[in-house]
Design a binder for this molecule. Structure first.
Ligand code: ATP
Ligand code: MG
Length: 380
């Protein structure tokens, strides 16, 4: 049996000594025998006993019950009261301190032993129960914290994604405004209208992005939404190519499509806009020596295939599998700036369409991204 330390608080010295010797015989360790409430409190702080035997009628400023109440505020130690007699009022006060037992003096050896054992095992059970409650609470609390952290990560990733794709329309507006301001005389009316249209489209795109950010705040929807509708994919893609082309003289964008001109597959225009912008701007960014970039559309009545191909720096093989995870960049990018989010956004757009995105690339030779999007209803 592990050592059990008992503090005796009893002001009748004969009773105290007798008690101490009986307890020692039973195998208990007596930390101290004290005769007042004040010394009992000091002794608790000094020895941290496992149990206290407390005489109710103590001499001095505070009696046993008050002492017990004070001790309970500093340590959780089971207390067993000793008393020669007890009126109702005293018992009521004693009860309020939740003692672990009462011993009426004079008590028999067996009574003493049983009361102490019950008190100790009840205390042990309470400690274990308390521990179990704390563990349960901790686990629940931890799960909540983890959930909250995951939500924050999800939201901040989503926010990074939305802000990421602000750059393209902003550049478009800036460039179109510059061209209209400085080269207005040299532009045909048709070209001017085209620039105005590109500003309007860019503003619409930014407006959509802002609405998404606000929706996230209001509805907790920390992911891109999927709202498919019939889309003139060929015209839409041609527009995106023209707009992206207007941002660079370094590369030539070549758009080809084998889809019927009247194809109207059900796709999400906003998501496709993210997808094409990211794939095309990567193709430009990672072809610093210039060169052609191809956007090719093909498909049948079950799926649409979109390919973006360049002859740029390529992607080392070991990076292929991680490219679609956020913040992953290959080590051959050198000083080309980037955050590693564009392809993660593209992947989400493809996933929302339940499609596939694949990469074929060789370092130094070029890269081809192939996106396949299933279409539930015929394309025309
Ligand atoms: P940003 O967040 O600005 O788009 P990024 O372009 O680095 O930064 P992603 O578009 O996600 O991020 O691309 C991830 C990585 O994939 C790039 O850093 C680059 O290493 C590689 N990569 C993507 N597209 C190409 C490409 N066309 N040619 C070569 N490497 C590419
Ligand atoms: Mg990118």
């Amino acid at each position: 049996m592990p050592e059990v330390k008992i503090l005796i608080t009893e002001d009748e010295s004969i009773v105290a000594r007798d008690l101490a010797s009986r307890l020692q015989k039973m195998g208990y360790v007596i930390t101290e025998v004290v005769d007042s409430g004040k010394s009992a409190i000091e002794s608790v702080l000094r020895h941290q006993p496992d149990l206290i035997l407390m005489d109710i009628m103590l001499q001095g400023e505070i009696d046993g019950i008050e002492t017990a109440a004070k001790i309970q505020t500093i340590a959780k130690i089971p207390i067993v009261y000793l008393t020669a007699y007890a009126d109702r009022e005293t018992l009521k006060r004693a009860k309020a301190t939740h003692p672990f037992g009462y011993l009426l003096k004079p008590f028999k050896e067996k009574e003493l032993q049983v009361t102490l054992e019950i008190a100790l095992s009840r205390h042990q059970a309470e400690v274990e129960f308390q521990k179990a409650v704390e563990v349960e609470y901790q686990t629940q609390y931890q799960a909540q914290i983890q959930e909250k952290q995951a939500e924050i990560t999800r939201k901040s990733l989503y926010l990074s994604m939305l802000s990421h794709d602000f750059r393209t329309p902003l550049s478009i507006v800036k460039l179109a405004a510059e061209v209209l301001q400085h080269q207005s005389q040299n532009l045909t009316e048709e070209k001017k209208q085209k620039r105005f249209r590109s500003i309007q489209t860019a503003v619409t795109n930014m407006d959509q992005l802002l609405s998404d950010v606000l929706a996230m705040e209001q509805t907790d929807a920390a992911s891109l939404k999927f709202s498919p509708a019939r889309l003139d994919l060929v015209a839409f893609s041609r527009d995106v190519v023209e707009t992206v082309q207007s941002l660079t003289n370094q590369n030539t964008l070549i758009f080809t499509s084998s889809l019927p001109e009247n194809a109207r597959p059900c796709l999400d225009e906003q998501l496709l806009w993210h997808l094409l912008n990211n794939l095309l701007s990567n193709a430009i960014k990672y072809s610093p020596q210039g060169g052609n970039i191809w956007l090719t559309l093909s498909g049948n009545d079950r799926e649409i295939c979109i390919q973006v191909e360049d002859r740029g720096i390529g992607i080392p093989l070991e990076y292929h599998s991680n490219l679609f995870k956020p913040f992953q960049r290959a080590d051959n990018v050198g000083r080309i700036p980037g955050t590693g989010l564009g392809l993660a956004i593209s992947k989400q757009c493809v996933d929302l369409h339940q499609g596939q995105i694949a990469v074929e690339s060789e370092e130094g030779k070029g890269t081809k991204f192939t996106v396949t999007l299933p279409i539930p209803t015929p394309i025309a």
